[in-house]
Design a protein around this ligand. Structure first.
Ligand code: ATP
Ligand code: NCN
Length: 211
């Protein structure tokens, strides 16, 4: 893990940021990461294993455990699993992105998320500041394709959406801009894994989505 060490990215590269609880990481995360690199023209992706999602009431497993699992699951030369938010002392995405832009002024960042997060994106702290700072790449997720497209963020930023092949230029565009990509969808979810009782101290008690 890049513990106490910030990851490297050469000047001019486009780095996708996939923030998540990763409680635990699964093949759906791997699938959208590879798809995002290809569909959005990213040079690298950094996974930001979150100290805790501000909108989730359920406390996640210890970050060391989540990072270790994420590193087992995600092995790719252009993907780095990080605990950047713990190092920066940030929990809110807007603050994390602002800090990264200060630290890496020559790198272009793209925020990545599944369609379920676009649906509630307008509830995130300073979400319009995130839109103003970085292009956003959204990946289809089972059950959330329609609600994401009807979401408040999608409606407000309707004219800033890159359609079709233009999405490959996402990292080169000036924010606000965003793209939604359809892809063969993965049914995997951390909630489902926790429900099997194979992950986390309280996994067999937690069978419901805690968002
Ligand atoms: N199967 C999937 N398809 C598309 N996006 C996904 C998928 N699984 C996770 N994501 C996205 O990856 C990011 C991190 O997800 P997260 O760590 O919360 O996993 P999760 O499976 O959604 O967890 P939980 O079930 O606990 O809510 C989020 O932006 C989420 O939307
Ligand atoms: O900044 C916020 O207000 C905010 C609210 C909800 C979620 N997020 C971030 O969204 C990412 C996805 O969270 P999760 O729990 O769905 O994997 C993760 O990086 C969270 O920190 C951020």
């Amino acid at each position: 893990m890049q513990r106490n060490r910030m990851p490297y990215a050469p000047a001019g590269q486009v780095v996708g940021l996939l923030g998540g609880s990763f409680d635990p990481a699964h093949d759906g995360h791997v699938h959208i990461t590879k798809a995002a690199m290809e569909r959005f023209g990213l040079d690298r992706v950094w996974w930001l294993v979150s100290p805790a999602n501000p909108l989730k009431t359920r406390g996640p497993a210890p970050i060391e455990d989540r990072v270790a699992r994420a590193q087992d699951v995600m092995q790719h030369p252009r993907v780095t699993v990080t605990d950047i938010e713990t190092q920066l002392g940030t929990r809110y995405t807007a603050k994390t992105i602002a800090a990264l832009q200060r630290l890496y002024p020559d790198v272009r960042f793209v925020w990545l998320m599944g369609a379920d997060n676009l649906t509630q994106f307008h509830l995130w702290q300073d979400w319009q500041d995130i839109m103003a700072r970085v292009p956003v790449g959204v990946l289809a997720r089972p059950g959330d394709r329609i609600s994401a497209r009807l979401s408040r963020a999608a409606r407000i930023y309707r004219d800033e959406r890159l359609i079709g092949r233009a999405a490959r230029l996402l990292g080169q565009t000036q924010a606000p801009s965003w793209a939604f990509t359809n892809l063969p969808m993965s049914q995997s979810s951390s909630t489902a894994i926790r429900a099997t009782g194979t992950w986390g101290a309280d996994a067999d008690k937690d069978t419901s989505k805690s968002k």
